[in-house]
Design a protein around this ligand. Structure first.
Ligand code: SAM
Length: 731
């Protein structure tokens, strides 16, 4: 989400200053045979100053590890016994079962079966329809679709990423956007899209698409208001070109045919700078995620490929073989599977994907979109009936999972650097109250949202809405205080280092670096804590004893320091925790008093959800875990934006937190063990395991929505791989 008014780029003659064939819009496009064919040709070379080097220093889990699959040579051969391949579809025992398992593994990549899973564009059970109510066209389902089902896999006309412009890699305003530039990354990307569109050539079909975007709502024509505006809209819709047909283009050779005829310039009307900027502004998408999705995609793909090759009687049944890659034919024992190993961070895609630009917005969307390579994947995020409209969010989710420490534009609505109106509407997220969301959509996209969530929120009691607005503003202040507190903590820590580190303060740095991932702040890496369950009892008891002693000492030191006016940061964190707790109590009291239905409660809580994040982060900075907060965030984000990166992240945190708490209870021998009833063959079960199981199920569902149906084995692999990357990054 860019926070400044969009900037316009003066048109240049196509390719006039760019004789060379252009690089992939992503940096580092040097070395591929890429499993995704190269991006659409972009004929303007990218100015050097905007090709940022490797991003560094991001503190978010979501951006940990990561890299650029589109620009990397496949990372080498994997054998079927490699760790990446382990845990794929279970090996089957008869030839028929083998073949079925192989097919299932291949099909699991896409729920609409196709022999060429990686070859976009792929169009699922969707079609274009004219919608009423000033919404222009939209995409509707042609049948009922299930959560996780693939709806679109489509290629962009233009695409830019944060790290192309964000020198310091923090996604914020740290003077990034390329050496010597003070432009915001979001603005830089917005300009880059226009530059790419002006610089490239088009097929006849693409020209038709682009022409169809002009003169439609939000598509480059000034809209009047009131009755005149409506008449104007109706007239434009009547004059608009016929609805485009969505075609997969996966007939063999079709793609090549089309690329061969890609020699038309951008339509003249779009060469007008204002029109081009408007069209890009109205139609570009900014899906969440980034490198993590590429990791997940390839881990899953590798597992399916390996499982298929293990069981396939012939090479043809392997997804590795059926992809568009140049992967060698698998044999039955060793499976060379090209798996890109993205090594760099990648986040913040902004692109123009023509087919997906037909998706209208909802503040409670029923699809989720993310990018792998340069292909946009759109999956159903919920069960959607046949003929129903599909929607995506134009706003970021904004659970703040990675932004507590960033000057991230998600929250910095009032810090005066956004060049906006100070009201911060442009920085609103899906987890902002109605007025902020509407303001942002109106300012940035030029329409007033009246989706089902907005309507439901509108009908809440005005006093409750006023309280929600106050809390939302208060949360911005809490975030500011927490950032200050953590900066102070860092200073404290530096001071302590100068004097020789004092016992007990050693985890401050870790806490600062790791919260909101509070688990990391709990004295030792999550990996160490996770493995606690496997340690023998005596060792665990010793550890627990040591921890208690340390905590006691730490507490005494803190009291001393605070008595001397020291440890200001702890006082500030304490104040953040108290105020956040007070807001929560106020919300609870209001919801009880007004007797809100569960649905209304979700509507109300969603609009102030960042409160839970701030509280989580504040507690995390003191090394405290509050599992309920992570559960609530996972559940709320899962209601508002299922399958979003935020949803996956919070579900995973909730799961991990549950595991850690149980491990600690076990270590402290607090965990009850009860005899299992029924015919389970005896044994014991523990109520605390249910907590982990419930959290694990929720997490599995979140992964399944984002990445499509997953086997348990692949899910475990994805979790393990994410943890490895996170733990590596923490070190
Ligand atoms: C990316 S286009 C979506 C397709 C568009 N409806 C069309 O006919 O081409 C974005 C534009 O669709 C309209 N739109 C999208 N979501 C909307 C919503 N929730 N309510 C009203 N209009 C919406 C706005 O005019 C917006 O500028």
């Amino acid at each position: 989400m860019w926070t400044k008014p969009p900037q316009r780029l003066a048109p240049r003659p196509a390719a006039a200053d760019s004789p060379s064939a252009s690089p992939d819009p992503t940096p580092d496009a040097s070395a591929s045979p890429d499993p995704f064919p190269a991006a659409e040709p972009v004929t303007s070379p990218q100015p050097k100053s905007r090709s940022a080097g490797p991003a560094a220093g991001r503190k978010t889990r979501s951006n940990s590890g990561g890299g650029n699959a589109a620009s990397k040579r496949p990372g080498g051969a994997l054998s079927s016994s490699s760790s990446t391949a382990r845990g794929g579809a279970p090996a089957a025992s008869s030839p028929a079962a083998n073949a079925a398992a192989a097919q299932a593994a291949a099909d699991a990549l896409f729920t609409d079966p196709s022999p060429a899973p990686l070859e976009a564009p792929r169009i699922g059970p969707v079609r274009v329809a004219a919608l009423g109510g000033g919404r222009g066209r939209g995409l509707i389902t042609t049948r009922t679709v299930q959560p996780g089902e693939l709806l679109l896999a489509v290629r962009p006309l233009a695409l830019a990423w944060d790290e192309q412009y964000d020198e310091d890699g923090d996604g914020g305003d740290g003077g990034g956007s390329g050496p010597g530039s003070d432009i915001e990354p979001a603005d830089a990307k917005f300009l880059e899209l226009q530059r790419q569109l002006l610089g490239r050539k088009y097929s006849a079909r693409e020209v038709a698409w682009l022409s169809g975007l002009v003169g439609l709502p939000g598509g480059g024509a000034e809209q009047g208001s009131g009755q005149a505006g409506e008449q104007q809209q109706q007239q434009q819709q009547q004059e608009a070109p016929p609805l485009p047909e969505l075609t997969s283009g996966s007939r063999p050779g079709e793609r090549e045919e089309e690329e061969g005829s890609r020699d038309l310039p951008l339509p003249a009307r779009l060469r007008d700078p204002d029109t081009l900027a408007d069209v890009v502004q109205a139609n570009c998408l900014e899906p969440d995620g980034g490198a993590e999705d590429e990791h997940a995609f390839w881990a899953r793909w590798a597992a399916a490929a390996a499982a298929a090759a293990r069981t396939a009687p012939s090479a043809d049944a392997s997804p590795a073989n059926s992809s568009a890659t140049s992967s060698p034919s698998p044999s039955s024992s060793v499976v060379p599977v090209p798996v890109p190993a993205p090594a760099r961070r990648r986040r913040g895609p902004m692109g123009l994907w023509p087919e997906a630009s037909l998706l209208n917005h909802s503040c409670i969307p029923n699809t989720v979109a993310y990018v792998v390579g340069d292909t946009l994947f759109v999956r159903a995020a919920r069960r959607v009936g046949g003929g129903a409209e599909l929607t995506v969010s134009y706003l970021p989710v904004g659970s703040g999972y990675g932004d507590v420490y960033d000057d991230g534009d998600v929250y910095d609505s009032d810090d005066g650097d956004d060049g906006g109106d100070g009201g911060g509407t442009a920085a609103a997220t899906l987890l902002s109250p109605l007025a902020d969301r509407r303001g942002a959509l109106e300012e940035l996209r030029g329409f007033v949202c009246s989706c089902s969530r907005c309507t439901a929120e509108e009908s809440l009691d005005p006093k409750l809405r006023a309280l929600m607005a106050d809390i939302s503003e208060g949360v911005a202040a809490l975030r500011g205080d927490l950032r200050t507190a953590l900066a102070l903590a860092e200073l404290d820590e530096e001071g302590d280092e100068g004097e020789g580190e004092e016992e007990g303060e050693g985890d401050v740095e870790e806490a600062v670096a790791a919260a909101p991932d509070a688990g990391r702040a709990r004295g030792g890496s999550a990996a160490a804590t996770r493995s606690g369950g496997a340690q023998d009892k005596q060792q665990r008891q010793q550890q627990q004893q040591r921890r208690e002693e340390e905590e006691a000492e730490e507490g005494e030191e803190e009291e001393e320091e605070e008595g001397e006016g020291g440890s200001r940061w702890r006082q500030m964190v304490g104040s953040v925790v108290d105020r956040a707790g007070m807001y929560l109590e106020l919300m609870d009291a209001a919801m009880v008093k007004l007797k809100l239905t569960p649905a209304q409660q979700i509507t109300a809580q969603s609009a102030v959800a960042p409160l839970y994040t701030v509280l989580w982060a504040a507690l995390g900075s003191r090394g405290e875990l509050e599992p309920r907060l992570a559960e609530v965030m996972g559940a709320l984000v899962g209601e508002v934006a299922p399958g979003s990166a935020d949803h996956v992240w919070w579900s995973e945190v909730a799961r991990e937190t549950a595991e850690m708490i149980v491990a600690e209870e076990e270590a402290a021998e607090e965990a009850p063990v009860v005899r299992r009833g029924g015919g389970g063959g005896g044994g014991f079960s523990r109520p605390q395991d249910d907590r982990v199981t419930i959290a694990d199920k929720a997490c599995y569902r979140a992964f399944g929505v984002r990445y499509g149906p997953l086997s348990r084995g692949v899910y475990r692999q994805l979790l393990a791989a994410r943890r490895r990357r996170e733990d590596e990054q923490q070190q």
